[in-house]
Design a binder for this molecule. Structure first.
Ligand SMILES: C[S@@+](CC[C@H](N)C(=O)[O-])C[C@H]1O[C@@H](n2cnc3c(N)ncnc32)[C@H](O)[C@@H]1O
Length: 233
């Protein structure tokens, strides 16, 4: 296995915090791909910045219902963390049933996020934050192995956010992700520009293409290089 540097859990506080929303709004980035009722995979979920947003997007409650229950002592968005679901003002939306109908197999009120990480401390923090936001019940945490994502379920969407450069055996990893994708599923790879040079990114995407994925789009995501992939025919 190639030697790679895994982001230490304590460093994640440096980028997974309320300031990150200034330059990365998960709902806006993911709105074209993540719809109600979907099963989605967050690879290298870290402390859950994208996991929690996706857990909200895949299970929007009917009007008048509340996310999280008082009984559980959970609530949406805490003043403490200053996080919220995005607002109309910001031009964001969480997708609608109508929009979601052609993508995957959305079922109103259902959906799940499979959140995979190598580090237990990342998962623990993700769970703590998800509980606070009232969405822990929609998240399946998976403590994976460096060479095995330990997911066999088919998903509608997979995200590898700022993590692929940390994977020791990217070819093996990409094959495992490919095998989890439903025929129409999308796989979004996003790498940080400051860590991953264009050439390195292109090599990773070429590797993805070698294992049977194809590039569909090149989304523009701040501070990042990104590629949207699907299964090659
Ligand atoms: C830089 S952090 C990004 C976390 C999160 N995706 C985000 O954007 O906030 C990279 C994460 O990937 C995880 N990771 C690294 N290699 C991995 C692997 N082979 N399988 C699963 N997770 C991995 C690390 O433990 C770390 O939590």
């Amino acid at each position: 296995m190639a030697r790679v540097k895994i982001c230490p859990w304590w460093l994640a506080y440096g980028f997974d915090n309320r300031l990150r929303r200034i330059f990365q709004k998960p709902e806006r980035i993911l709105a074209p791909y993540v719809k109600e009722g979907m099963t989605v995979l967050d690879l290298g979920c870290g402390m859950g910045f994208f996991t929690i947003a996706m857990a909200k997007m895949i299970n929007i409650q009917a009007e008048g219902e509340h996310l999280g229950s008082q009984a559980e002592g959970e609530h949406l968005g805490s003043q403490e963390e200053g996080e919220h679901l995005g607002s109309q003002e910001e031009g964001e939306h969480l997708g609608s049933q109508e929009e979601g109908e052609h993508l995957g197999s959305p079922v109103r009120g259902r959906g799940k996020v499979i959140a995979v990480d190598l580090q237990e401390r990342m998962l623990d923090q993700m769970k703590r934050r998800a509980k606070k936001q009232g969405v822990l019940g929609r998240i399946q945490p998976v403590l994976c192995q460096p060479d095995d994502i330990l997911v066999k379920e088919k998903v509608d969407f997979a995200l590898a956010m700022w993590m692929l450069h940390e994977v020791g055996e990217p070819e093996n990893f990409l094959k495992q992700v490919r095998d989890c994708l439903k025929p129409e599923a999308r796989f979004l790879i996003v790498e940080p520009k400051h860590h991953v040079k264009l050439e390195q990114f292109q090599k990773l995407i070429a590797l993805a293409e070698q294992v049977g994925l194809k590039r569909i789009e090149t989304p523009q995501i701040r501070l990042s290089r990104a590629a949207l992939l699907g299964l090659a025919a």
